[in-house]
Design a protein around this ligand. Structure first.
Ligand SMILES: C[S@@+](CC[C@H](N)C(=O)[O-])C[C@H]1O[C@@H](n2cnc3c(N)ncnc32)[C@H](O)[C@@H]1O
Length: 454
């Protein structure tokens, strides 16, 4: 008998998991890396598999990190075992799935199914029953579970208690507005290198069917209606357009470098402010950019190259520079000091999970050392701008006030008339503070202008 040559046509391979389960699993693994391994969200997200919709993984992970400290206490009581005793990856998945139930548009039931599948992807398949049971309880009792968590102000705003206390101590009745602003999705803000280019940019952007608005108090800032990939920004490749919060755009005008000056950017990477200084004053005698992180310094080079600018880049710890390095020789020095970054939580929600109360003293000690060294490099008559993206006075006016007590040749300078003055700028004992949720709509920044006399 002739054997049949019929063959079963190739079947589409059955997906091993429901569509979306892999995305949820990758987001949960990133959340796990931040919460349980102390890695930054950016580093954790680099590990997301290339096959996956990385934008979706990023959005879910950052959303979960933003609300982790609200959602974890809301779901913890729904566990039969103490929540802290669950495997860390499982705990991260449960909070990530709870985020999807609470904050995504997808149907809650579907999110539970995805989470059960995702538990297998992350190697916690044996606990899929726990995932199913806990999330079903959450879906059924969501309002009550969240209401219990929300009775506590730190949990309601998903911030660590030490940070709420520190913000309250500094900012009193403004506290809740700062906490709420920290949980907003950040606007994408651009700096247009040439003030006259704003209209051209807005025209081109609107012609492409998208919208943006100029910032009334800052003649070079534009806020996009919706974030966009930088490659789609007209002028980005040429360096005429850069991504920079409107508050960060104040550093270069405050520094007010002029033609022929020697300028030092003492903590330069990734170079947003170095580029702004170079573009604002192209005919400097010299621009030196120092950073102690050689990998981040590469970003400074890339940023400058994009705009056809140059600077002398030095990979070194500023505080360990040899005495021969530029003592009292710079006309302008910018110290954008490493800090807690508590002013940029809306852009980096992982900060709420990574920082500890004890870190603040460490930052302040580093800031004091950097400020002391940087001031030595300033010539008499020169200007130094000290700034941070922190909202905590311990890293800001406390550092500068103590410095002024140590250095009798240092004085505080006023806000220059030539620099844009944002609404809601708060005058402090020394320097000025912008707060998240303030009238200017910026991230949180602190600025102090110092001069040196002989
Ligand atoms: C707030 S970031 C600077 C941001 C940068 N000015 C910009 O606008 O893109 C602080 C930088 O200080 C660097 N840094 C920290 N300690 C330093 C030190 N002792 N000497 C030099 N750079 C340091 C960090 O590597 C980090 O890149």
């Amino acid at each position: 008998m002739k054997r049949s040559t019929w063959r079963r046509p190739p079947q589409p391979r059955r997906a091993r998991h429901a569509p979306g389960a892999e995305t949820l699993a990758q987001a949960a693994l990133a959340v796990h890396a931040v919460v349980f391994e102390g890695r930054s969200a950016d580093t954790a997200l680099e590990a997301a598999h290339e096959r996956i919709d990385r934008a979706a993984v990023r959005a879910i992970a950052l959303g979960t990190l933003r609300w982790y400290l609200r959602l974890a206490p809301a779901i913890a009581p729904l566990s039969n075992r103490p929540f802290e005793e669950l495997a860390p990856k499982l705990a991260a998945l449960l909070v990530t799935a709870a985020h999807q139930v609470e904050y995504s548009r997808g149907a809650a039931e579907a999110q539970v199914h995805l989470a059960v599948d995702a538990s297998r992807v992350i190697g916690e398949g044996r606990a899929s029953g726990v995932v199913n049971a806990m999330l079903r309880r959450f879906v059924a009792n969501r309002a009550e579970s969240l209401a219990v968590a929300d009775a506590d102000v730190a949990q309601r705003h998903a911030h660590p208690r030490w940070l709420v206390d520190a913000i309250r101590q500094a900012w009193g009745e403004r506290t809740e507005s700062i906490l709420a602003a920290n949980n907003q999705h950040p606007p994408m803000v651009l700096r247009i290198a040439d003030e006259s280019g704003i209209d051209d940019f807005l025209r081109a952007w609107r012609a492409s069917g998208r919208d943006a608005r100029a910032v009334p108090w800052n003649p070079r800032a534009v806020v996009l209606e919706r974030p966009a990939a930088v490659q789609t920004l007209p002028g980005f490749e040429l360096g005429t357009v850069s991504v920079q919060d409107a508050g960060a755009q104040l550093a270069a005008p405050l520094l007010d470098a002029r033609a022929g000056m020697r300028v030092l950017d003492a903590c330069a990477a990734p170079g947003g402010k170095t580029l702004h200084i170079a573009q604002r004053t192209p005919d400097l005698a010299e621009l030196v950019a120092i950073d102690d992180d050689p990998l981040r310094l590469v970003r400074v080079r890339e940023n400058l190259q994009r705009a056809g600018r140059d600077a002398l880049l030095v990979a070194a710890d500023l505080t360990g520079m040899p005495p021969s390095f530029g003592k009292a020789s710079f006309d302008r020095v910018l110290v954008d000091a490493p800090c807690s970054a508590t002013g940029v939580i809306r852009r980096h929600p992982d900060i709420k999970l990574l920082r500890r109360a004890a870190d603040i003293d460490g930052f302040a000690a580093t800031q004091r050392r950097i400020l002391d060294t940087a001031f030595e490099l300033l010539r008499a008559g020169g200007t130094l701008i000290y700034c941070t993206c922190s909202v905590l006075p311990a890293e800001n006016e406390a550092v500068v006030s103590a410095f002024l007590e140590r250095r009798t040749d240092a004085a505080v300078a006023p806000w220059p008339d030539s620099a844009p003055r944002p609404p809601g700028l708060l005058e402090r004992a020394v320097g000025w503070q912008l707060l998240p949720g303030g009238d200017a709509g910026t991230d949180g920044f602190y600025y102090a202008c110092l001069t040196r006399h002989s």
